[in-house]
Design a protein. Sequence first.
Length: 628
Amino acid sequence: MFVKASGTSLGQMDESHGWAELELDAARDLVNERQLLKLPSATREAQVLSRLQAMVHCPLGARPSVESNLHALLDRVVIHTHPVHLNTVLCARDSKDAYRKLCRGLDQEPLYLPYVDPGFVLAVRLADELRGYVDKHGRLPAVVLLENHGVFVSHRDVGPCLKLSAGVTRLGTRRAGTARVNPLTVDWTPSSGRRASKGRTRSSSSSGGSGEAKIAEVRGALLRGGVSPTLVQLDASDLARRFATNRDAVKLARRGAFTPDQIVYCRTYPLVLSGANPDAWQKAVARYRERYQIDPRVILRPGVGVYYAVSNLVEMQVVAEVYRSAMITILSNQGGAGPRFLTRRKAAFIEGWEVEAFRAQLLSGSAKRLVGRVALVTGAASGLGLGIARGLIDAGAVVIAGDIDSDLLAKTSQEFSRGTYLPCLANVTDEDSVAAAFRAAESLGGGLDILVNAAGIAPSFPLVDFPIGAWQRTLDLNLTGYFLCAREAARLLLRQNAGGSIINVTSKSGLEASKSNSAYNATKAGEIHLMRGWALELGPHGVRVNCIAPGNVFKGSKIWNETYIRSAAKKKGIRPEEVIPYYTSLSPLGQEIEPDDVASGVLYLVSDEGRKVSGQTLVVDGGQVMVR
């Protein structure tokens, strides 16, 4: 028997990956061991999981679906899904009557199972029901409808099974209508400088009345209320807006969940934030966490919108899709008998079930020190900016990668996994372009935790030959660009009101001037003094501001291009090929500084390890410049 490995998404599977191969007869026989039903649920499910894993032939250590023994009881090909519109019927209080009308067009009567706890209890119940069904019909059912859960479709052959599964999925639209559950997707278009979204988020940079999105304020209330660092998005789909403005729908949503998937990915209960006062929201968040001992995933603002709070953008998509299914279930069942929620006991079983915790953990990923943080890095398509962005991503952050080179942004983004490096065309010398980049940070992540100013240039000319255009261009990028980004970051961080960190990437030349570098020396020294003033101003709001001063970083640098290296060689009276070894030899350590080294310094300054460091310049140059 081949079964999907637990926690594996369909998109990750192919003919050789994402499966567990296990002994079919052993999986079938397991349901006959009824003595397991006498054990406490946690003990029983742990033993069943251990037994299933012991049946695996390959790959060794694979974790088969916990429903493997259920699937083993059915026909040769089994498809288990949770169709949105069909589940609006299965989650209705009158589902037993509704499903019969719904399935009149099927060639064979489905088997309908009332809700029982998933896992071994469901397997035993299915085995008992199958015996009665076979006695009556002389064959196994092709369709098994699971109340408040989903559907099994099975057949001897693949083709007919796929066709039947598609047909059963379409049945739900007869009652539920054709409301779409669009996946939460992000389509970045660097060349346009703006993000195109499909059926999902929008942002408001205003902090005014109660009818506004106030995404950063919502995120800030979550963080101040004790929630672990999290991304926040507003669902701007028509479905979510219709739901949030429907008083009765919001009232019903507070009663709980319909399906195991909703509990696993969205929590049993949403957090409801009334009014428009972030301080009151903070208290509501704290009360939620005290009551349920868990962080909320879905936030409802009645009359305003639906928000999702999770640690990464891949998980964000899943949470949105699952909760949109729940919204459709509520809206579709407002008339008639109404929706049927899982009881508190049934929900508690899912909440405490290790199997579902395992699935959720796989989706969330491993714990890293910057998980749930949002960073905006300028000059992030190459050189130091790219190195810093990579370091932040490796530590778990989502990075809005700002750069003026759209082609390079698009190419660089291919190096990263989905939802981590988000390219954003940004001209740091243009106010509107900078503001758009920070709106993107709020739209995608809910706000901001980290700004790294890394975009810059370093034209090298002797003083007597320094062109005024090169001088002005350097000031525009290295000073005005830093100022504009820091100003927008500060505005967003103060609205969020949960602290944050700003880093200016300066240089050792800002501490110790270098020859024939008038503009670079001046701007890099200016960046340090700007940082000190910002640290004084923003410190009372919990925002830390620091500089990192790298030595000469050659790898991937746009500054150290062929022209600049020839200029440096002429200045030092050496050959171009001797430039890098020469500058490396100037530091006591005698080691070349690389982007990863600078990224490590940035990680210290923006993480909890550097939580008491502000107004400082960290020099990463191998000891060439000693700050006293």
